[in-house]
Design a protein around this ligand. Structure first.
Ligand code: SF4
Length: 276
C-alpha cells in the first residue's frame, strides 16, 4: 500500500449522476480494492492502474472547499463517487470529516456512500446535521468468503450492518446499496435475503444494482476466477424477484435505473440545471 499526498485545484465537481448536484472525492484510488469496482475505469494514472494498492490524498482539499462554498449554489453533494470517503487513510487525514464540517454549515446536503465502519467516528457531526445528511452502506453478500474475494480491503459485511444499525438508531437516514449483483456469484436468496432483513430492521431503503462489465473490473474479477457475464433477461427477472421480497418485508426497494430516472425528473422539476 502506498499513500501519495497531492494538491488539488478543485473540490466540488459537477456530478454526472442525476441524484447529486456535485461530487466530492477527497481521495484518488481506493484501498478497499473491490474487484468489481467501476471507479477504476474512471481513475487515470497510478491510482487507477494499481487499483487497491495506491491512494492519492488531496491534502489541501479543505482550503479549496472553503473558497468554493462561498461561490457555489448549495446542493446535494455525493460523497464519494469514485472512491470510498472512509477508506483507511481517512483515519490520518480526516478529509471527509473536514469537508463535511465546511459543507454542512454552508447549507449543502451530503449523501455519503461507504463500505467502512469508520463512518461512525463522525456520528456526532452526522447527528447534528441529520436533516442534511444520508448515509448509504454497500453490502453485496454476508458470505464472508465471497466478500473477502470481491472486496479484499473492505471491513466485513456484518460490521457494516452494525454501523447501519447505529446510524439509524441515531436518527440518520440510512440506505443500503445492494450491488453489484452478479449472476451465480452473489444473486441468490441466501445472499440478498439477509441484507433485506437488515434493511427492514434499520428502516433503510434499498438501491439494487447489477454488475456492468467494464475492462478494468472484468480483469480484476478474472484474476480471481470470477466471470460475471449477465445474460439476457437475467436482470429483469432477478430485480423482479428481489422487489417481490422487498414488498413482502415492507422494504422500499428500487433499481439504480429507477432512481436515476426519478432523480432526473426531480431535477427538471426544480429547474436546477440552469444554475450549474
Ligand atoms: S469501496 Fe467503492 S470505490 Fe472503493 S474499491 Fe470498493 S467499490 Fe470501489
Amino acid at each position: 500500500m502506498r499513500v501519495v499526498e497531492i494538491r488539488t485545484s478543485r473540490g466540488l465537481a459537477r456530478s454526472g449522476l442525476p441524484e447529486y448536484d456535485y461530487a466530492l472525492n477527497p481521495y484518488l484510488g481506493c484501498l478497499h480494492g473491490c474487484r468489481y469496482c467501476y471507479a477504476r475505469d474512471f481513475t487515470r494514472g497510478e491510482p487507477g492502474d494499481l487499483w487497491g494498492e495506491v491512494v492519492y490524498v488531496k491534502v489541501n482539499l479543505p482550503e479549496v472547499l472553503a473558497r468554493e462554498v462561498n461561490a457555489l449554489r448549495p446542493g446535494v453533494v455525493g460523497i464519494s463517487t469514485v472512491t470510498d470517503p472512509y477508506q483507511p487513510v481517512e483515519a490520518k487525514y480526516r478529509l471527509t470529516r473536514r469537508s463535511l464540517e465546511i459543507l454542512l454549515p454552508a447549507g449543502f446536503k451530503a449523501s455519503i456512500q461507504t463500505k467502512s465502519t469508520y463512518v461512525l467516528k463522525d456520528m456526532d457531526l452526522l447527528f447534528v446535521y441529520r436533516d442534511r445528511v444520508d448515509v448509504g452502506v454497500t453490502i453485496t453478500t454476508f458470505r464472508e468468503d465471497v466478500a473477502r474475494l470481491l472486496e479484499p480491503g473492505a471491513p466485513p459485511p456484518r460490521a457494516r450492518a452494525r454501523a447501519l444499525h447505529m446510524l439509524s438508531e441515531l436518527g440518520v437516514r440510512t440506505w443500503i446499496f445492494l450491488g453489484p449483483l452478479m449472476p451465480g456469484v452473489n444473486d441468490g436468496e441466501g445472499d440478498y435475503g439477509p441484507i433485506l432483513d437488515v434493511a427492514r430492521k434499520t428502516g433503510s431503503e434499498v438501491t439494487l444494482d447489477r454488475y456492468r462489465p467494464r475492462p478494468g473490473a472484468d480483469s480484476m474479477l478474472a484474476a480471481v476466477g470470477v466471470e460475471a457475464r449477465p445474460g439476457r433477461g437475467w436482470w429483469a427477472e432477478k430485480s423482479r424477484e428481489i422487489k417481490a421480497k422487498c414488498a413482502e418485508l415492507g422494504v422500499v426497494c428500487r433499481t439504480a435505473e429507477e432512481e436515476w430516472r426519478a432523480a432526473r425528473e426531480a431535477r427538471r422539476g426544480r429547474g436546477l440545471d440552469e444554475f450549474l
